[in-house]
Design a protein around this ligand. Structure first.
Ligand SMILES: C[S@@+](CC[C@H](N)C(=O)[O-])C[C@H]1O[C@@H](n2cnc3c(N)ncnc32)[C@H](O)[C@@H]1O
Length: 184
């Protein structure tokens, strides 16, 4: 079984319900394929490892890029860690808001998929981008079953990205609704 199928299967068998949708993953793979040799990719919120699997799929045979993924919950991180990942994948158990200040200007591509670094500490995530680095955020289209406060927080993220003076952003009606932002 390939990494992506294995990741979705792992998410299902462990009861993890928050993995990124396939269209989002496909976009992550396409973005990963464009990262420069020697570049660095970061995911905030590993979950069961679905996002990492898509990023690795995008890299194909390449081993000249690192993929770091940060997960707050040790039990969830342990689920993702059951996979044998390529050596350039670094899964860390940490709070994104603690990790990010150590990583200013370090990343070419960031998938911000955790409350830490998204609804809290989005400025830290933006600061972790290299110039010309790309930030991908999903769940930007409000869903009918979202609680009101969650909808408001997500909208705050969307607005910050679209209006940020250091970012060039586009809203995409893709997957769960995405904003892609390139750091000037
Ligand atoms: C939407 S899920 C991630 C799904 C994953 N990116 C994927 O594509 O399959 C969000 C994850 O973020 C984790 N999380 C929540 N707060 C966090 C924080 N402050 N730092 C890092 N991870 C966090 C949650 O435990 C959860 O596993």
């Amino acid at each position: 079984m390939d990494l992506v199928d294995a990741a979705y299967a792992r998410a299902e068998s462990s009861g993890f319900p928050m993995s990124c949708e396939r269209p989002v993953g496909q976009l992550l793979a396409a973005l990963a394929a464009g990262v420069r040799p020697g570049g660095h990719i970061l995911e905030l919120g590993t979950g069961a490892g679905v996002g990492v699997a898509w990023l690795v799929r995008g890299l194909g045979e390449r081993t000249d890029v690192t993929v770091t993924s940060v997960e707050l919950d040790p039990r969830t991180a342990a689920v993702a860690a059951t996979q044998a990942w390529p050596s350039f994948v670094d899964l860390r158990v940490a709070d994104a808001c603690v990790f990010l200040p150590t990583a200013a200007g370090a990343f070419d591509l960031i998938f911000a998929d955790a409350p830490g670094g998204k609804t809290e500490g989005l400025d830290l995530t933006i600061a972790a981008l290299r110039p010309r680095g790309i930030l991908a955020v999903d769940d930007m289209r409000p869903a009918a079953d979202w609680p009101e406060d969650f909808t408001a927080r997500q909208d705050g993220v969307r607005r910050t990205l679209v209006e940020h003076p250091h970012l060039v952003s586009v809203e995409l009606d893709h997957g769960s609704g995405m904003v892609l932002s390139t750091r000037r």
